[in-house]
Write a protein that binds this ligand. Structure first.
Ligand code: DX5
Ligand code: ZN
Length: 215
């Protein structure tokens, strides 16, 4: 399965977002990761629908939207209409999981289910046939720049082996503390979509940093 890099714009220069987006395009980044936080599901507030639509107008990059919000079912259609190509929501949210997956798919976007570090791999198994991607959080969601949690590696391995056992080609995304070094660990465990914020945006050579993550 092809390895892909999704750049988390939470670490971008937000006042120069258009330039930052073009920098991603020029440096071989596959997707733009857009973290939406509501201040209730996680202890932080970021950006939402109008910012996503503005981004959609200036790029053809795949927009990978990560909803860290309490009731994603209420909003998934509007995120799809605002330009999301992939929508991840959390299993730990209050929304009904299957209803939210269906709403995302009906709105034309790809559906992904995210789990926090304390949620076991088994919790996603029954939903795998309906998902384009699983997101295993490798830090506690809420902030960029945190350290990778090694205890999540076994969970990545379990989710990937279940995907293989079921004969699916579901993407497995990881998010939090991903750099060239931790990429190697998570890829070995079965992850193929690597979200990275601080490492990529701080790298002196973004293209090289992305290559190192993918190879
Ligand atoms: C954290 C967000 C991440 C974050 C990753 O809750 O979901 O996408 O921006 O940033 P780094 O790569 O700095 O850990
Ligand atoms: Zn994220």
């Amino acid at each position: 399965m092809k390895n892909l890099v999704s750049a988390s714009v939470l670490s971008a220069d937000l006042l120069n977002l258009e330039n930052e987006i073009h920098r991603l395009e020029k440096n071989g980044i596959d997707m733009l990761h857009f973290d939406v936080m509501d201040g209730i599901f996680v202890n932080n507030i970021t950006y939402g629908l109008p910012v996503l639509s503005a981004i959609r107008r200036v790029t053809d990059l795949t927009l990978d939207v990560h909803l860290m919000i309490t009731d994603p079912l209420r909003y998934v259609r509007r995120f799809a209409e605002s330009g999301a190509d992939i929508i991840s929501f959390h299993l730990e949210s209050v929304s009904d999981t299957m209803a939210t997956i269906n709403a995302i798919r009906e709105s034309g976007a790809k559906a992904a289910l995210a789990i926090k570090p304390a949620t076991p791999a088994e919790a996603v198994y029954e939903f795998l046939p309906y998902l384009d991607m699983v997101l295993v959080m490798t830090v506690e969601p809420g902030f960029g720049g945190q350290s990778f949690m090694t205890e999540t590696v076994e969970k990545i391995r379990l989710v990937r082996s279940k995907i293989t056992e079921l004969g699916l080609d579901t993407h497995l995304q990881v998010d939090g503390g991903i750099d060239a070094k931790t990429s190697e660990i998570v890829k070995k465990a079965g992850a193929n979509v690597l979200v990275s914020g601080s490492y990529l945006f701080k790298a002196p050579d973004m293209a090289r940093a992305a290559e190192l993550m993918k190879e």
